[in-house]
Design a protein around this ligand. Structure first.
Ligand SMILES: C[S@@+](CC[C@H](N)C(=O)[O-])C[C@H]1O[C@@H](n2cnc3c(N)ncnc32)[C@H](O)[C@@H]1O
Length: 259
């Protein structure tokens, strides 16, 4: 599998600016601003390292500056810059949405809940789903749901006002630290999201899901290739280099697998 690279202007140096795709990829550097954390009495060195990493992470600082709830927002901005996933007026399902960074980006780009008089067709829809509660995002429909619950797909379909243009899954079960178990869990979520995407996507639609190192399993990948014109793996610059995560990005949905 190749790694997607279209318009991948954001480097490891940090997040781009909001607004158009072009400006979203602008780089900025946080060099010279390194913070050190003194180990407080009783604080474990792992939490010290975590805090130091947060304080020195330009994505964390920029997410805060822009009002994003998570640095993960930049992963979607970067994937969108690479693959052109989100369109004004589009309908998006965001699985594993909490705390809401991807939802904020999707609402902003598709214009969800921003129906201008006489321009109803340009107003998009974002349905955000998570097993954990999350604060409302203006313009989005937020659903507190375990996506693996057998009733979840129908409940999400009921919330959709029509076929989806994009199904996003950033779902991740809490890591156990056992590599095999974590891989199986995330692949289970990815597979369920893929089958759901095949039920709700409109022709030409896109599917994005988080996977772990090693990418998507062969059988699932083969199924994706039957249903989508292009299937790639991508690791956006905002995804930490030491994280095993990457994303499978499938575009050009074919409702008829033989088409
Ligand atoms: C990495 S976080 C998502 C971050 C989010 N994309 C953002 O931008 O803020 C992964 C999320 O997947 C959710 N999740 C895991 N299993 C799930 C399930 N079965 N159903 C719904 N959400 C699930 C977790 O609760 C967690 O909030």
């Amino acid at each position: 599998m190749s790694t997607g690279s279209r318009k991948s202007g954001s480097g490891r140096s940090g997040p781009g600016r909001p607004g158009t795709t072009k400006t979203r990829t602008t780089r900025f550097s946080g060099r010279g601003l390194h913070n050190r954390v003194k180990t407080a009495k009783g604080r474990k060195s792992s939490s010290k390292l975590w805090l130091e990493r947060q304080l020195n992470d330009p994505y964390v600082a920029e997410a805060k500056a822009r009002g994003y709830r998570s640095r993960a927002a930049f992963k979607l901005l970067e994937l969108d810059a690479m693959f052109g996933l989100l369109k004004k007026g589009g309908r998006v399902v965001d699985l594993g949405a909490a705390p809401g960074g991807w939802t904020q980006v999707a609402v902003d780009v598709v214009g969800a809940g921003k129906e201008a008089p006489g321009k109803a067709k340009e107003s998009g829809q974002v349905v955000a789903v998570d097993i954990q509660g999350m604060d409302a995002v203006a313009g989005a429909t937020v659903m507190l749901l375990d996506f693996m619950d057998p009733e979840a797909p129908d409940r999400i379909k009921d919330a959709l006002t029509g076929p989806a243009d994009v199904v996003l899954s950033d779902m991740a079960a809490p890591a156990t630290g056992h590599r095999q178990t974590d891989h199986l869990r995330i692949m289970g979520l990815c597979e369920a999201a893929f089958y759901f995407a095949c039920e709700v996507l409109s022709p030409g639609g896109a599917f994005v899901a988080k996977v772990l190192k090693g990418g998507t399993e062969n059988e699932l990948l083969a199924q994706m290739k039957r249903r989508f014109a292009v299937v790639k793996h991508a690791k956006p610059p905002a995804s930490r280099a030491d994280s095993a995560e990457s994303y499978v990005v499938a575009t050009g949905f074919r409702p008829d697998p033989n088409a």
